[in-house]
Design a protein around this ligand. Structure first.
Ligand SMILES: [Fe+2]
Length: 288
């Protein structure tokens, strides 16, 4: 089982341009996934699919993914609008109208939750959403589970983008997951950079955006004093791959780019490959 993740696609940043930069960057990632060696079984899209929530942005996104050979599990971020998201993805909603649903992957579960509060950049998680999440976790409390959500629930250190750990929605989220022994980790977006951290016994992995990235600058920022620091940078489009190894999900943070190949698996490399495999237990000349 291989799960790919894209995030912060931001279609519609360049309104009305069918070949806008963010669409081209999305297509770059989708082409890499669909034609490269790591064909995923499914694709997570962790929010900010649209830049300004326009219906046309979701339609363009649906058109972009229509030809891909893997199913997609999208969620909403702070730039999304539920009414327009629902118009294109009508089936992905809980009983309260939030974009929340469960996807069973066999040996583990994914629970997609909605942290959108329309008009606000930061996250939200109301009582109704928390009750829904607690109920889903209680249905299979010991099964390995990952939560998929847009906003990271911890302070990243990227000050202008970060979540304030004291925000009420974080406390409500923590309470909702407090009795879930099978919960292993969280997959997020929002920060436009890849990072991973332990948090309350879980592993939280944040995927880099396919749209341009937030510059990595961990200095404090003064809202009263612009200092000309870089804020948005156009590194190659990011994505992640989460590989199920039978015990857990191993996360790789990748970029859709053409890196020069310095060695290929040919007769010259065969000896090394054979040696590496043979020294393992159960193979060739493994040591006892
Ligand atoms: Fe974003």
């Amino acid at each position: 089982m291989l799960i790919a993740q894209i995030t912060d696609v931001h279609i519609g940043f360049d309104v009305g341009n069918p070949t806008e930069f963010n669409r081209v960057r999305l297509d770059q990632v989708l082409a890499t996934l669909a034609s490269g060696p790591n064909m995923p079984d499914l694709l997570l899209a962790t929010g900010d699919i649209a830049d300004n929530g326009a219906l046309s942005s979701y339609q363009i996104f649906a058109e972009a993914i229509a030809g891909t050979p893997f199913p997609i599990l999208p969620c909403v971020g702070n730039h999304d609008r539920r009414v327009n998201f629902h118009a294109v993805f009508p089936e992905l909603t809980d009983q309260n109208g939030f974009v929340q649903y469960v996807h069973d992957c066999g040996p583990f579960r994914l629970i997609v939750i909605d942290t959108l509060d329309e008009g606000r950049h930061g996250g939200a998680f109301c009582k109704a959403r928390a009750l829904w999440l607690r109920a889903q976790l209680a249905e299979a409390p010991n099964k390995p589970t990952w939560i998929v959500m847009h906003h990271p629930p911890f302070d990243s250190g990227l000050e202008w983008m970060t979540t304030d750990a004291a925000e009420p929605w974080v406390a409500r989220f923590i309470d909702a997951i407090s009795d879930a022994p099978g919960l292993r980790g969280i997959f997020c977006g929002h920060l436009h950079r890849a990072l991973v951290t332990p948090w309350r016994g879980l592993t939280v992995a944040v995927c880099a955006s396919s749209a341009p990235q937030v510059a990595l600058d961990l200095r404090p920022i003064d809202a009263d004093q612009p200092d000309d620091r870089a804020m948005i940078v156009a590194e190659d489009p990011g994505y992640a791959l989460h590989h199920w190894n039978g015990e857990g999900l191993v996360s790789f943070f990748e970029r859709a780019s053409d890196a020069p190949v310095l060695a290929s698996y040919d007769l010259g490399m065969q000896g090394l490959v054979r040696h590496l495999i043979d020294e393992r237990p159960g193979h060739g000349h493994a040591a006892s």
